[in-house]
Design a protein around this ligand. Structure first.
Ligand code: AVJ
Length: 311
């Protein structure tokens, strides 16, 4: 099935449900990825900064698990790898031989990652693999040596409970005894701070969310009027769910590839969950799939967490 057809099928199915929904996976076309970069650079979106600070603080403790043996660092959704280089630096000091295998859907960003990594840390070998999580992970898992698998950026937060379980199980199954999984997650904290990260005063997150409609117009011959929908984000401190919606400002009918979708005034499309966790919740999720976690391998700073889980 072509990617376009998969997108269309997904959209039509999601918009025929009640409540209407579209997966946050579809935010990331070229335009959406560019807007996401803007999000990463705005002060309200505190996640990248906290992740970087925590990595700088704990890189050596993490690297200490890989002393004097070759290590293959596999990163799911690696992007430009700028933060990962902090960890690779420490590993290249403590380990004899470091191979970095960044995985991403975007081949261009992987090429950039490779060039920057080789330049910054000459001893590291880089092998890029482009594709989706599933196929790239299978290829990478077959590689030699002790593995450290990274899943950073609090990307886990986008998954619902079933997908979270399946995903963690898939990771566990692709590792061997003695390998490690490093997971970075955003934690429950001041609800006002979280709410602001997903509803910024610059309107960048709104633009990111509304780009989904623009993308349907571009790729699926949709006729969404972007000024007739509004970005709405909430955070519930009990569930830890930050949720994003697109709200229809009025009763309206929209056409997508010849099919009509009706909206009531105030009706929403649910476009994203960004779950925040408490550290014991994360520990439990990992242990449920068989991971072993040493209390000294759980790191936290200012409401951001890193968990190094072993198999
Ligand atoms: C890339 C999934 C971690 O949920 O925080 C940022 C995406 N959405 N602002 C997140 C996102 C709105 C982001 N992740």
């Amino acid at each position: 099935m072509s990617q376009q057809k998969a997108f269309l099928d997904h959209v039509i199915e999601g918009l025929r449900q009640k409540p209407k929904k579209i997966s946050s996976l579809y935010f990331y076309d070229t335009k959406g990825s560019r807007i996401f970069q803007e999000i990463m650079n705005m002060p309200e979106y505190y996640l990248p900064e906290l992740e970087k600070a925590l990595l700088i603080k704990e890189a050596e403790s993490i690297a200490a698990h890989f002393k004097e043996e070759p290590v293959t660092v596999i990163e799911l959704g690696a992007g430009d790898g700028s933060k990962t280089r902090i960890l690779l630096e420490s590993l290249s000091v403590s380990s004899r031989n470091v191979t970095y295998v960044p995985l991403d859907i975007d081949k261009d960003v992987l090429e950039e990652n490779k060039q920057a990594t080789v330049k910054a840390i000459p001893g590291v070998q880089v092998k890029i693999i482009a594709g989706n999580y599933f196929e790239t992970l299978s290829k990478a898992a077959g590689m030699e040596g002790k593995k450290l698998l990274l899943f950073m950026g609090s990307n886990l937060g986008n998954f619902d409970e079933n997908r979270t379980r399946d995903f963690l199980k898939m990771i566990y199954d692709h590792l061997d005894g003695g390998d490690y999984f490093l997971l970075a997650v955003d934690l429950k904290k001041d609800p006002k701070k979280i709410a602001k990260a997903y509803d910024d005063p610059h309107g960048i997150t709104a633009k990111f969310n509304l780009n989904l409609l623009a993308r349907m117009n571009r790729e699926l011959e949709g006729d969404f009027r972007l000024d007739q929908f509004e970005h709405y984000a909430t955070y519930n401190p009990l569930s830890g769910l930050a949720q994003s919606f697109l709200v229809s400002k009025k009763r309206q009918k929209v056409q997508i590839a010849g099919q009509f979708i009706e909206f009531e005034a105030g009706e929403v499309i649910h476009t994203e969950n960004s779950r925040k966790y408490a550290l014991p919740e994360i520990k439990q999720l990992l242990e449920n799939e068989g991971f072993l976690i040493n209390p000294s391998d759980i790191f936290e700073q200012e409401g951001y967490g890193l968990v190094l889980a072993g198999k």
